[in-house]
Design a protein around this ligand. Structure first.
Ligand code: FAD
Length: 414
């Protein structure tokens, strides 16, 4: 073994460090932030083998265009003359068809199931981060969406996932103390949820105790390479070198790749979340409100609501109308809940690293032989974190990977 440097301390970087350290590597993580926040903290914490349909699914273009004219809609692409966005959009359009979506289903299912298994082992090692294996409910209110959800549930069954289609009364039996107004629901018993803030804190603590160096407030600004190999990195005014490097920069990965002389098509997909007290402790099973595209996760005596996907450059704007859209959807499904619009300081936002075809980038770089790329997990980075870390370490150790990773090739658009 030798020295490995990981760029980025989100769930993907930390999971890669976890498996590399276990297999004997001396690991350093370089992180430009202070590690109190990134996309891996305030998200909905869902582990989702049920999400085998990528964002680039048939019908998304039509829905996306309609939603662009609604300021409270859950999906938005900021129209701009940005070259990266145009290229990404074209690739997204080429992927949003039945054939490509069907081809993505098996690899997405497999990496999700692998990750879910690994979470069970992880919690034994690092401590309790609220891993709850009671599934996720897809709740719907309209016949049209119900039909779509039943169709996806049928596909899930064919993929061997544990799923039940429920009437409104059956959903109510699962959540007996919660007032519900839905037409029905799908219970993905194969899914789970966790508390991502606790997960990130425990991962850091564990890694530090194992001797992994996590160097904060240190942005990788230059990547020096020669004859197809990285020789060193410049970060925070210092030079760092290692035998192998991992690019796990989340939504910033394209600019890091550019510094290394290659391209990764990826756009940030901004989403918001906020916490509401669940004083009655009535919410037990995490849910997705299908028409509203809002996530609902019980988390340490509170409920975290999350949603929206704004494809735009990284920015600090809070689009309060979209947060309003989330707030207004809640009593439509849970008539007893009327949360107030949160204050700006209580609204969290993060940037999902979205690849155009909805599959992560996971594999060795074509141009630099000592670089492994691990990014582009979009809506599923928490779900896929441990599997990604394990596959990264297997690749670097020259072992045969636990699953076929060819569909995730980091060079598929090169
Ligand atoms: C509202 C919302 C809800 C979500 N819900 C879920 C969910 O329920 N389940 C799920 O699976 N996923 C969910 N996600 C998606 C998930 O949060 C992301 O996919 C995941 O956090 C991405 O992890 P990452 O490690 O790739 O990126 P990040 O967590 O963003 O980490 C990347 C890190 O790289 C660092 N970095 C960047 N550039 C440099 C540089 N040059 N030098 C050094 N460091 C650098 C950044 O500072 C950052 O800390 C949700 C996302 C949002 C926004």
């Amino acid at each position: 073994m030798g020295k490995a440097i990981i760029i980025g301390a989100g769930i993907v970087g930390l999971s890669s460090a976890y498996y590399l350290q276990q297999s004997g590597w001396e690991v350093t993580i370089l992180e430009k932030g202070d590690l109190s926040d990134n996309c891996s903290f305030g998200n909905a914490g869902m582990i989702v083998p049920s999400h085998f349909v990528p964002l680039a699914a048939p019908g998304m273009i039509e829905k996306g265009i309609k939603w662009m004219f609604d300021s409270k809609s859950p999906f938005y692409v900021r129209p701009s003359l940005n070259f990266d966005l145009a290229g990404w959009g074209l690739k997204f359009m080429k992927s949003a068809n039945r054939e490509k979506a069907e081809r993505a289903a098996v690899p997405l299912r497999d990496i999700s199931l692998l990750s879910k298994d690994l979470y069970a082992g992880l919690t034994k090692d690092i401590g309790d981060f609220g891993l709850t294996n009671n599934g996720i409910l897809m709740l719907y209110k309209t016949d049209k969406v119900g039909e779509e959800e039943l169709h996806i549930a049928e596909q899930a069954r064919n993929l061997g996932l544990d799923v039940a289609s429920l009437s409104a009364a059956e959903v109510q039996t699962l959540q007996p103390d919660l007032k519900l107004d839905v037409l029905g629901g799908i219970h993905y018993r194969c899914d789970a949820h966790l508390n991502p803030n606790q997960l990130m804190a425990l991962m850091q603590k564990y890694l530090l105790a194992k001797g992994v160096k996590i160097i904060k407030n240190t942005e990788v600004t230059k990547i020096i390479h020669e004859k197809g190999k990285i020789t060193s990195l410049l970060a925070g005014g210092k030079q760092y070198s290692a035998n192998h490097y991992v690019l796990a920069g989340g939504s910033w990965s394209p600019e890091i790749a550019k510094r290394a002389g290659f391209k990764i098509p990826l756009m940030p997909g901004k989403g918001y979340s906020f916490l509401v007290d669940d004083t009655a402790k009535n919410m037990h099973i995490a849910a997705l409100l299908c028409e509203a595209k809002v996530s609902v996760t019980p988390m340490g005596g509170k409920i975290r609501f999350g949603g929206t996907m704004e494809i735009d450059a990284v920015n600090d704007r809070i689009n309060i109308n979209r947060v309003k859209g989330i707030v207004e959807s809640i009593p439509k499904y849970f008539p007893g809940m009327h949360p107030a619009l949160p204050e700006t300081k209580d609204i969290w936002y993060g940037f999902r690293p979205c690849s155009p075809d909805g599959l992560p980038y996971l594999g060795n770089s074509k141009s630099l032989q000592n670089l492994t790329v691990a990014t582009g997990h979009g809506m599923m980075g928490i779900s896929l974190g441990p599997a990604t870390g394990k596959l990264v370490s297997e690749l670097i150790n020259g072992q045969s990977p636990s699953m076929d990773i060819n569909p995730f090739s980091a060079n598929r658009y090169a």
